[in-house]
Write a new protein. Sequence first.
Length: 576
Amino acid sequence: MPFDPIPSSSLSTFTVKVGGAALAETVGVISIEIGREIGRVPYAHLVIQDGDPAAQTFAISEAPDIAPGVEIEILLGYDREESLVFSGVVTRHRIEAPLHASSRLHVEAKHRCFRMAHARKSRIWTEVTDADALSDLAALQGLAFDGESAAVRPQLVQHQATDWDFAVMRAEMVGQALLATNDGLKMFTPDPGAPPSMALEYGRTLFALDLEIDAEAQPESVEAGAWIPADQAVATAEAGGEDVPGPGAADGAALATVSNQKPRPRHAGGRDQAEIDDWARAETLRRRIAAIRGAAEIQGEARLEPGATVELKGFGARFNGRAFVSGLRHQLANGDWRTSVQIGLDPRFHRERFDIDAPAAAGLAPAITGLQIGIVDALEGDPAGEERVAVRIATETETAEPIWARPLSIGGGASRGFVMLPEIGDECLLGFLDGDPRDPILLGGVHSAAAASPYPGADDNNLKGAASRAGVKITFDDDSAALVAETPNGNRVTLSDADGGITLEDEAGNSITTGADGVSVESPKDIKLSATGDVTIEGLNVTLKAQVEAAVQGSAGAKVDSSGQTVVKGSIVMIN
């Protein structure tokens, strides 16, 4: 049975412990505010009467037991029956002397997980669940972790993101939520249909109320998809959220007819089906829970937790029913403790509400975005000796000095790689490391009507290759399965499967052809075979034929020998 937060006539009491010891009752606490919300770091703000202008001192502020870094606990309740509502660390300490009010001390504290929310870090996990990764991050801060997820990820990568942003995002993307508890961190699946923990009744248990039903962000369904390289196709998953209940008329499926939308988020990487399923479910679940949002103020209540549900009563048929609690804000002042109950989730994910990405150019300079067109200015003279190329941004060539860009190379390394730099004056494409305009990379040249390709595009795409400024070309011809290397004057080497051989040709008309019929050497002029060693000609039959005269001469001797018949024949045969 849900309990009733009936307004209490009992005395609101509190205890503030710093460093394990309770503050003295003589310390004048003016007000206490505590906030806890799904996906947010819990905080506490205390305002304490402090400061003596006559003595020129802030005695409480000067005391060592409330300094930044000290552990703090806040308990709230009635008639000294108190419960722990906040546990954390003092993070901020501020004194104030307003113009028309007494001086005071402001003490701000954060849950210990605040340490996860500042430094950007990079990590890689392999073969882990999302819960495993989040448990690792919690352990780094000495925090307990409660939660689990089923799917094992081949790899999880945290790149230049805070541990908190990474943890909240990964929890959201598997359709779960991350909540900081007094003991540590908890990852759980929001369940708007869970039995309610408490009843909120209009005219009986409420001090204030502000609720709305929002149909604008309600989709009929969400179809998530990712490109799967192995299948060369997009894998999809669709979730309609039919199993996510809403109070009264806040049924998401019914509200979806208002906007009539069906989002189709897509990822270009190779995500597996399990992650795509989680993604679609997460998108739909969050939007369904966001169908009803608002806040209700009740008498101070420590038993209610974010992630629970409440029963709405007396709000009319449009709002009556169960509602999801996403946050709580406790305020105690003037002896009165009130709790504001936050209903529903923001339809925007953590990534959409906060600037979680590392700043472009690492925040060291105004960034340059996207790819840029450059004009090559010089190929040598790099002042740093880094083999960079001087380029100018095409849209700023009249005013800007050239910048030095590292050229991209296929297989580039020490004394190796494919080197073909663009020419001075060529149009090229530039990228920038981390978006920093001081670190350009020359990605390559680009063709245009003004600088046509040596291999014009064709749908059959048979010709590919490389051509130099002078017209030296290496061509791959997929039509004849041939490789051709040639110079502008007609010197050419052809390897062709269609012709079944290799042909070497030069500009003088000389050629060597190999193929199924053997090897042919042809020349319009002389052919000379010369060697410092022996020259051996051997074959089944050897025929030497001269159209005019044939001569065989040996400086040290000559020999004609046969194991069979030897014929020497001529109109006149002269021996010696």
